[in-house]
Design a protein around this ligand. Sequence first.
Ligand SMILES: NC(=O)c1ccc[n+]([C@@H]2O[C@H](COP(=O)([O-])OP(=O)(O)OC[C@H]3O[C@@H](n4cnc5c(N)ncnc54)[C@H](O)[C@@H]3O)[C@@H](O)[C@H]2O)c1
Length: 433
Amino acid sequence: MLKELIKKKKAIIGIVGLGYVGLPIAIEVAAKGFKVIGIDIDKDRVRKINRGISFISDVESKELKKYVHQKYIRATTDHRQLSRCDVILICVPTPVNENKEPDLAPVIKSTEWIKDNLRRNQLIILKSTTYPETTERVLLPILANSGLKVGKDFNLAFCPERIDPGNKRYGVINTPVVIGGVTSQCTKIATFFYKQFVTQVHPVSSPRSAEMTKILENTFRNVNIALVNEFAQLCERMGGINIWEVIEAAQTKPFGFMPFFPGPGVGGHCIPIDPYYLSWKAREYDFHTVFIELSARINEEMPYFVVNKTIEVLSTSGVCPNRAKVLLLGMAFKRDISDLRHSPAMKIYEIIKPRVGLVRYHDPHVPEFMLGDRKMKSVKLTLREIKKYDAIVILTDHSAFDYEFITKNARLIVDTRNSVPDGPRIYKLGCRH
Ligand SMILES: NC(=O)c1ccc[n+]([C@@H]2O[C@H](COP(=O)([O-])OP(=O)(O)OC[C@H]3O[C@@H](n4cnc5c(N)ncnc54)[C@H](O)[C@@H]3O)[C@@H](O)[C@H]2O)c1
């Protein structure tokens, strides 16, 4: 019966959590002709969505407005609406607490709401990144409390989200998805649903395999970024070796090598967080995930390394650091997006501030941000502004930056992204000058 509803596009899709993951899915599902009810605890987000105003750079307001007007997308804070939904996707945050332990509170809260509204034939899919066994050991017991039986009365699966905000080539539709259901019936129906709007679905034998797949992908990135960050530091120590030249050369090998690039650290809601979910879970099995701890140590050290280098470069150029004026270029955690979550640039702002005379920033995607209780505003990148600073530190390589203009007019550049050509007033991460 659920299959028929999905096939005829009569199934109502509930999306719990309308952020970087939930909103783009809502758009694609609506584009395929499904009605979407979005449920979020953030009243402001709900209001914006219902007015067709997008707050996610990958979703255009024009498109959102179209589906809202056609009544294909509607947002609400009322979780009782979940009883109307045939398929429910959970896309809420999975952060860590101060001790870097998983905080599943939003996932548990959403699951309790779903349990209160659970009825026969519903399909529940957890999308939020989490440690293996969450779907079966955290969600399932809550849902089973309703008295309904999984695989018979309702369906439950895990399908990790792989979205890469800002990626113009791969989006919701053409990025393959991995699905693991609690029972084979759950996998089948979840696969059938996903096949309605994504080009490739890869079913696995269980939710825990799907959960581990996602953590492997993100840990793989974290470890490899840490590896090149360590190489970058060694190249500087040894002198005469340029890490960027080395990576470019290694990349000519057509097999067995995949390039990763050094930078000021790792950011976003995923790469610096997800591995901690696994290391926490591994401890339950008396297992220590050494690679995860090691890469966190190296990557979390990078903002300090960049600040120390900036201070050193200022000193060797004859500028007294504690009177120096420094401009940070790019606050977002990666190119061409506005996401500041766990951005290493924020960390750098915080640690360089007491060590220099003045620090400002410019980011076309981040007009302002809060540092503690102070609002920071992006300065305009005019010739007059650039000339004010003793050093410009490139932290995010946004494509909107006019690198030629910056190089020509800056007194000193600290480039952590290999964005500008080598030159006499340019210090690059991973090369000694
Ligand atoms: N952002 C990414 O690039 C990305 C990529 C892959 C996977 N993920 C994972 O997807 C999940 C969601 O991430 P995101 O970036 O979309 O987060 P987000 O913060 O952008 O959005 C989450 C939304 O959930 C809402 N929310 C919180 N608790 C809720 C609740 N109990 N009920 C309803 N709504 C609630 C928030 O108000 C917010 O609007 C996380 O587990 C994340 O690790 C994120």
